[in-house]
Design a protein around this ligand. Structure first.
Ligand code: XBP
Ligand code: MG
Length: 258
């Protein structure tokens, strides 16, 4: 019988709602400092989130042709500087306490640790952003909770490509049927399912309209005793919190074969 050995967490949107008040605001501040005259509204950013990776998102925005480029724009070196500055601002916002963990995330991580179930991270964002978020929102020593922190440019292609989940599985040295993935976005779900990993999607305002038909279970969030989640797809309707037993039940339901 399939035994749960690891829970693999996405970061942005899954551990915390980082995009709206974190990355998006930081992108806009970096654009303003460089006097680019660009601004990503909440609605526009929701569309741009289909492009995984901050550098890739800026490249896509420029390629669309709607972004005026200044005369002194030096192409890729400027883009990389802009992205680096965005990440500095993002990490400052984390330090200022602008971003919090989503319900149930810490509870499920602590339960996994107490039962010897490994934890891993598979994110499109950079390793430094992922580690900064974990240290700030969980604790300075918390990166050591994770057997693998797979992030950003460690792989050639970002979500929805399967690369980051393939990398994580190989680093864990586990089979898909021994793991459960927690995601928040359609590209993330597609990436994990392409590796035959079972996926629980936790929605939020930015991703609610996306296509989650490939996710095994869809819930509003992971749930707490005093803040129950609502089941939107797949899981037993009575479920109010995602526990280790629920993750085990998902594996036993044969999710990977679907
Ligand atoms: C979400 C992303 C990231 C962030 C920005 O990643 O697509 O690109 O928006 O991060 P995930 P970077 O949900 O996989 O955690 O600018 O560092 O790419
Ligand atoms: Mg995400």
């Amino acid at each position: 019988m399939a035994q749960l050995r690891a829970i693999i967490f996405d970061v942005d949107g899954t551990l915390a709602e980082t995009e709206r008040v974190g990355h998006r605001v930081a992108f806009n501040q970096a654009f303003a400092e460089r006097q680019l005259g660009w601004h990503w509204s909440e609605d526009h950013y929701a569309q741009l989130l289909h492009i995984g990776g901050g550098k890739e998102r800026i490249r896509h925005f420029i390629a669309q042709g709607a972004a005026p480029l200044p005369q002194d724009w030096q192409g890729e070196p400027d883009l990389l500087r802009l992205h680096q500055r965005k990440n500095q601002i993002y990490q400052e916002r984390l330090d200022q306490g602008q971003i919090q963990l989503r319900p149930g995330v810490l509870r499920l991580m602590q339960a996994a640790r107490s039962k010897g179930v490994q934890l891993a991270i598979a994110t499109t964002s950079s390793p430094s952003n992922a580690i900064a978020l974990i240290q700030k929102l969980i604790g300075p020593e918390a990166p050591s909770w994770f057997t693998v922190i797979a992030a950003g440019d460690m792989v050639p292609h970002k979500k929805p490509a399967p690369d980051i989940y393939q990398f994580t599985l190989e680093a864990l040295d586990l089979l898909p049927q021994e793991c459960v993935v927690i995601e928040d976005s359609e590209p993330g779900v597609r990436a994990a399912r392409a590796c035959h990993l079972p996926v629980i999607a936790t929605l939020h305002d930015y991703t609610r309209g996306q296509d989650f038909s490939q996710a095994n279970w869809v819930v509003t969030h992971l749930g707490e005793a005093d803040n129950p989640c609502t089941v939107l797809q797949g899981a037993p309707q009575t479920l109010t919190q995602i526990t280790l037993q629920d993750c085990q039940q998902l594996l036993e339901s044969g999710a990977i074969a679907q």
